[in-house]
Design a protein around this ligand. Structure first.
Ligand code: ZN
Length: 277
């Protein structure tokens, strides 16, 4: 089945980091004016603010808060750093509750001083350790598998299969998976793992952008949808086939776009969302 055109913006969400030069108030105002319906808030955007009030401002602007980015970074060879990570994740859960975000996206972490298997075990243990707080606050946790190029320091969870396995082992109604096309487009098992993710009710979030060819920087050069080689429409059709009805979240880190007028960039995002996503 091929994806239907995205004629309206009812499922469009934009991450605050996508328009990083704007503060959260400006972003909310401009997203809302442009007809964007959802916002995912990066924690740095909340610095120095009353989180509860900021959440209310976003809702007053007509935006649905989709998630808080990000928790995670659980593994470390150093036990005191693992403990600090748990504290930080508990803080993130508290912030999500204050903001009124229903979910936290987890960039799980990895420590190159230990085997990936050990890091994955610490990720799973870390998630289980903060589950009581997540439950008490009613906050979902979404494991986001990252592209294998980040396996050294950012995430030891590098495929949707691994994320699905972990969510199944944890087996909690509050722990699922965030599918980001940037990280997963290359995977020959992607279609079947998206199906499995949906079947298990673990498909919590869908992030879109594109893979620039060539990529100038592996962190700060994500492309706008349609600019690169990711078959976004095909992947979206697999996600929709699971019954997913959540937001399509535009998450672009780009030194190039951040140096442009963000209003012009926002218009480009909306056009690319409707025509190339
Ligand atoms: Zn993402």
């Amino acid at each position: 089945m091929s994806a239907k055109p995205l004629n309206d913006l009812s499922q469009l969400c934009i991450h605050t980091i996508t328009t990083k030069p704007w503060n959260i108030e400006t972003a909310a105002q401009n997203f809302s004016k442009a007809g964007v319906k959802g916002i995912t808030v990066w924690r740095d955007a909340l610095t120095g603010r009353n989180i509860k009030q900021t959440g209310q401002q976003l809702r007053d602007a007509g935006l649905e808060i989709v998630s808080l980015c990000r928790g995670g970074f659980f593994p470390s060879i150093d036990v005191s750093k693992r403990k600090a990570a748990l504290d930080d994740n508990r803080k993130a859960i508290q912030e999500a509750a204050e903001l009124g975000a229903p979910m936290i996206v987890l960039v799980c972490g990895s420590d190159p001083l230990q085997p990936l298997e050990e890091s994955r075990k610490q990720i799973q243990d870390g998630i289980m350790s903060v589950l009581p707080e997540a439950k008490a606050a009613g906050i979902k946790l979404a494991i986001e598998p990252l592209h294998p190029m980040y396996a050294d320091t950012r995430s030891a969870v590098n495929s949707l299969g691994q994320a699905n396995d972990m969510a199944c082992e944890i087996n909690s109604p509050l722990v699922g998976v965030a599918v980001d096309v940037y990280h997963l487009w290359w995977d020959p098992h992607l279609e079947q793992e998206i199906k499995r993710c949906g079947r298990n009710n673990h498909l919590y979030a869908f992030h879109i952008c594109d893979w620039n060819v060539p990529t100038a920087d592996f962190l700060w050069d994500r492309g706008l949808m349609g600019e690169g080689c990711i078959p976004i429409k095909k992947i979206r059709s697999w996600v929709e086939d699971t019954g997913f009805q959540g937001f399509y979240e535009v998450e672009i880190f780009s030194n190039k776009f951040w140096s442009e007028d963000q209003s012009v960039f926002l218009n480009k995002i909306i056009k690319a969302y409707q025509e190339k996503s």
